[in-house]
Structures are given as structure tokens and as C-alpha cells.
Design a binder for this molecule. Structure first.
Ligand code: FES
Length: 349
């Protein structure tokens, strides 16, 4: 459910990124309490189109609720967001997301570009609680580093507990290993050089483009880092994520039409999924029914629901865990029916 929040500050971070802070009224304080690493979904009418996007919370402990928004090429919302001003309002959904530390006190953060946003919040929180943080942060050059002042302030304050390693791809640094992009090989080399303790970390958190995450994840796995210590958050804009083509069963079901029923907030609603529909969310929207969603990229779980009858496949899934798949959960923003009838329960826990 969206709430109207007033923007209290807009701070340029780089030439193409801003930090947007919100004033949260007292009666919404509980709803907007967050765990570092979570994100907000923002919604606005941009040139007549209802657009929503998810942005990670970048607030340091005790600071106002803030998100970082980097302009992406042809990104309607991220471009619109660069020109927002204090006093304007936006529709904002309460914090969500599973990219959280769960009390880990000794962590390694690996981020590229705007993937730094949740890391700022996570690092600040862990450091404020007496923990230790190593942050490996990749950028093109010094002037594209988001939250640079915030990171420098954290470094000054927690000199002995924060290790900050900048990797730059287009600005030579004296130490060869710090040049280029973040890769799995580079991360392992940094560990071998003693700059980062991968084996001793309670959690290793990755955030940035899918390519970087896949490469580093593979290298960590090869280095015998247990899977349950590796956490990641991918950055894809709506429509960017690679999607599996519809299977023959999904094509056949769509061709003959599927009766879909959803249970949402205790109410049952029906609509049809037809040949031109890509996902259940799209089919519902075409028929005027708005189901919960935010990223539309299989990452956030806002659209999570349980298949109560029938079957469906997903185009991508970056967020449901194996036990949830086993229990019959799906992501409505990715779901394509593979049966004549499909019943989805959004109220299932
Ligand atoms: S809306 Fe984010 S996973 Fe479906």
C-alpha cells in the first residue's frame, strides 16, 4: 500500500545521481521502520504514465529515510527523479526486501556503481553496533562514486573497523589490483593479498549488475565459501532482466485462454489470461485489476503469491528461495499459467 510522503531533501551525489530524503509523519513511523539493506518502491505519474521503481534505502543510522537514485539511460523514473525538489510529494510503499544482515557482525560488502546504496545503510548499521566491515566498491572514476562523502565520514569515524577498497575502471591507481572492474578473480586476489577476509566473514553481500554478481558468486563458491553466507541483490530495471521464453505448455494454455482467480486481502477476483499476455500481472492490469508489484523483474517478492490450484511457470526468479518454490509460491510478475485454470493466493504467508 502506497503512502504520500513529502520530500525533505534532495542532494546531488554525482552528475547523474541524487539522494532523496523523505519526511515520515509520526503516524507512519512504524510502517516505515526498516532494516538496513531494504528498499522503497516509489510511484509517480511521469508524462501521463503510472510508473513505479524500487530503490534501496541509503540512510545511515539515525538519519532521515533516504534512497539513492542513479539516472539510467532512457530511464523515465530515474530521469524524472533527478529534478525532484524538497516539498514535493511522492507515493512510497513501506520498506521491503530480504537483503539484510540478520545480526552478522563481521561482513564483506562488494558493490558496483549504484549497488552501493543498500551497502551504505548496512555498513553504517553494522559499524554503529561495533561490527567490522570491509567494503569493495567498483566505479569508473572518482567522480562517479556515489555516497563518497558518507563513506569517507564512516571511514573517519570507524577507522579501525571499516576497510574501504575502491576499484576504478577508468582512472589508474598506483596499486595494480585496484584497477579495472570487480571480478571474482580480483576478489579472490584481494583475499590472497590479505586485504579482505572472505573465509572469516559471517556474511558476504553483493550488489550491482548481474554479471558482476554471477562472476563473484561463482568465485566465492569455488573458494568453498558456504552458500548460506553469500547474499546478493541484483539491479535490473523493468524489462531488462533476461527472461526465459514461454514453454510449450504456457503457449498452449495462453492460446486457449486461462481462467485466473486471485485471493487478495480476503477478496476473490477473476480475470482471463490470454494469448497476448506475458504475465499474470499484465493480464490483470489489462482488465483493470491492480495486483501488488514493484520491481516487475523477479527480484523483490512484492508480487509473491501461492498457487492454490493449477500451475504456472516463471520467466525469471531472483528472489524466491527453494523452500518457497517447494511450497508452491510464485511471483505474479513472472508467472505464466500452464493450466486451464489458475488460482493464486496473495494472502498466503
Ligand atoms: S514485482 Fe518484484 S518480484 Fe514481482
Amino acid at each position: 500500500m502506497f503512502h504520500t510522503l513529502t520530500i525533505s531533501a534532495v542532494r546531488p551525489e554525482t552528475d547523474t545521481a541524487v539522494a532523496i530524503s523523505f519526511a515520515v509523519p509520526d503516524d507512519l513511523k512504524d510502517s516505515f521502520a526498516y532494516q538496513p539493506g531494504q528498499y522503497l518502491t516509489l510511484r509517480a505519474d511521469v508524462a501521463g504514465e503510472d510508473i513505479r521503481r524500487s530503490y534501496s534505502i541509503a540512510s545511515c543510522a539515525g538519519e532521515p529515510l533516504t534512497v539513492g537514485v542513479k539516472r539510467v539511460e532512457d530511464g523515465a523514473f530515474s530521469t524524472f527523479a533527478q529534478n525532484l525538489k524538497p516539498g514535493q510529494t511522492l507515493e512510497v510503499m513501506p520498506p521491503e526486501g530480504r537483503f539484510v544482515t540478520k545480526g552478522a557482525k563481521n561482513i564483506v560488502l562488494i558493490a558496483a556503481g549504484s549497488g552501493i546504496t543498500p551497502m551504505v545503510s548496512i555498513a553504517s548499521d553494522v559499524l554503529a553496533q561495533g561490527g567490522e566491515v570491509t567494503l569493495i566498491y567498483g566505479n569508473r572514476a572518482t567522480d562517479t562514486i556515489m555516497f563518497r562523502d558518507t563513506l569517507d565520514a564512516l571511514k573517519d569515524r570507524y577507522m579501525n573497523r571499516l576497510t574501504l577498497i575502491h576499484i576504478l575502471s577508468r582512472e589508474p591507481q598506483d596499486v595494480a589490483i585496484l584497477n579495472g572492474r570487480i571480478t571474482g578473480e580480483k576478489v579472490i586476489s584481494l583475499a590472497q593479498a590479505g586485504a579482505v577476509d572472505l573465509a572469516g566473514a559471517e556474511g558476504i553481500f553483493l550488489c550491482g549488475p548481474g554479471e558482476m554478481i554471477d562472476d563473484v558468486h561463482a568465485a566465492l563458491t569455488k573458494a568453498d565459501i558456504p552458500e548460506d553466507r553469500i547474499h546478493f541483490e541484483r539491479f535490473y530495471q523493468d524489462g531488462e532482466a533476461p527472461r526465459a521464453p514461454k514453454s510449450a505448455a504456457a503457449e498452449a494454455a495462453a492460446a486457449s485462454g486461462v481462467a485466473v482467480e486471485v485471493m487478495l486481502d480476503g477478496t476473490r477476483r477473476q480475470f482471463r489470461f490470454e494469448a497476448g499476455d506475458d504475465t499474470v500481472i499484465d493480464a490483470a492490469a489489462r482488465q483493470g485489476l491492480e495486483l501488488p508489484y514493484s520491481c516487475k523483474g523477479g527480484m523483490c517478492c512484492t508480487c509473491r503469491c501461492k498457487v492454490a490450484e493449477g500451475s504456472a511457470e516463471m520467466a525469471v526468479n531472483y528472489s524466491l528461495e527453494p523452500w518457497e518454490l517447494e511450497a508452491g509460491f510464485t511471483l505474479a510478475c513472472q508467472a505464466r499459467p500452464t493450466s486451464e485454470k489458475l488460482v493464486l493466493d496473495f494472502d498466503a504467508a
